[in-house]
Design a protein around this ligand. Structure first.
Ligand code: ZN
Length: 410
């Protein structure tokens, strides 16, 4: 390892210790990392020049002598951007190194009316990517106004990704196939845009949720995200599972009902034909505002909640069937993956208060032995978890290599 690489690795080590431990004295940092005190002093100085740590005096109660100096992570200068492309909305999140969300926005997914009186709306890639670029630019402008340096942008489409080519292999809910999303978005953002990467929406949501569970020692989880489609983000033994070609977690097309309803993928009886949001919406009157793709997603879900709380019999019946239908697919995933946690996200997460109990009970009822129990919970990052996860993944680049961050002018 060269000198610069060694220095960067040691700076990264210090940042990670500070992130997990909070403030620390230089002596404690030296002890924890095995670096000499002199090395810690030099490296902390360099991290401070890049605005990644700050040093402050702390009064130690009950001790005699001069106050100590504490080194702390400075999360306020570096941030990442996450963008989620969902069939129902476009969401962007600007989140800093300290984990604070500095800006967020969402709009209904841009779409075109199809031909004919009841033509389905379509989502041409050029239309969607134009609008996504404007939304990212808005977040970048906020960052610039707040003197935040952007470590990277992560874009989350709802389908498997060809990572090498930065393309979306397919996204059945959007009707996309082999869309060069990375290149097209980069071109619209211009030559000076921050580093841009793609990651699947369910995988990012799982990464966003992982730290909450890791605090309790849980390293195996499945995150289920529900909209019209269903995707899973799988973290096994602490690592995100992508599969050899990025197709891991495309669970919406697991066959659960032979000869069932036709699916947009061309097969029949796929899991998402039973648990997709469109199946819930289908019980409403065609004119119900919850069905309109032009209404923001939160308002559509709030409308569903109101109807449910008013005791709408069609929705009561659908939600009671939904818990059972969720378990038909989730049970298979539990048997294959043996996770300790199952997190419900997307619209499943929005209705966590209604779904977690019955799903937990039904999964418990089919247990082979107590040791295989999974704990069901709702997503803690809400509807836009993939955008939050995207921002968090983007900012990780700086923890990996702190020398990417520019020095802060004094
Ligand atoms: Zn299918």
């Amino acid at each position: 390892m060269g000198h610069a690489a060694m220095r960067s690795a040691n700076m990264s080590l210090l940042l990670r210790v500070l992130r997990s431990r909070g403030g620390s004295s230089r002596a404690a940092l030296a002890q924890e990392t095995g670096l000499s005190k002199a090395a810690v002093t030099t490296l902390v100085g360099e991290l401070a020049e890049r605005g990644l740590v700050q040093e402050g005096r702390v009064e130690r109660r009950g001790t005699v002598g001069r106050p100590g100096t504490e080194v702390r992570l400075d999360g306020r200068r570096v941030a990442g951007v996450g963008v989620e492309l969902n069939v129902d909305y476009l969401a962007v999140c600007l989140r800093d190194l300290a984990g604070e969300v500095r800006f967020t926005s969402s709009i209904p997914m841009p779409s075109q009316a199809g031909p004919g009186p009841d033509g389905a709306r379509s989502h041409p890639p050029a239309l969607v990517i134009d609008r996504a670029a404007r939304q990212v630019q808005e977040a970048l402008d906020v960052a610039a106004a707040e003197s935040l340096w952007i470590a990277g942008i992560t874009v989350a489409p709802p389908g498997p990704i060809d990572y090498a080519a930065s393309t979306v292999r397919f996204a059945s809910t959007l009707g996309w196939e082999a869309v060069p999303l990375g290149e097209e978005l980069a071109r619209r953002l211009g030559p000076d845009h921050p580093e841009l990467a793609l990651e699947n929406d369910a995988k990012l949501s799982a990464l966003a949720e992982a730290p909450r569970l890791a605090q309790r020692g849980i390293e195996d989880l499945v995150y289920l995200t529900g909209d019209n489609g269903v995707g899973a983000g799988i973290i096994a033994e602490g690592r995100l599972i992508r599969g050899w070609s990025g197709f891991s977690g495309e669970v919406g097309h697991i066959g659960v009902e032979p000869g069932g309803e036709p699916c947009r993928c061309g097969r029949r009886g796929c899991w998402e034909t039973l648990v997709g949001l469109d199946r819930v919406l289908a019980v409403l009157d065609p004119q119900d505002p919850a069905l309109s793709a032009l209404v923001p997603m939160q308002e559509r879900l709030a409308r569903l909640r109101t109807l449910l709380e008013e005791g709408d019999p069609r929705l009561l019946q659908r939600f009671s069937a939904l818990a059972e239908d969720l378990v038909r697919g989730a049970g298979v995933l539990m048997d294959v993956l043996n996770p300790r946690a199952l997190v419900l996200g997307g619209y499943f997460g929005y209705f966590a208060d209604v779904l977690v109990g019955p799903v937990q009970a039904a999964l418990d009822a089919r247990l082979l032995a107590d040791g295989g129990r999974v704990e069901v919970s709702g997503s803690s990052h809400g509807l836009f978890a993939a955008a939050v996860g995207g921002a968090a993944v983007a900012v990780e680049r700086v923890l990996e290599n702190p020398m990417l961050a520019p020095t802060v002018p004094r």
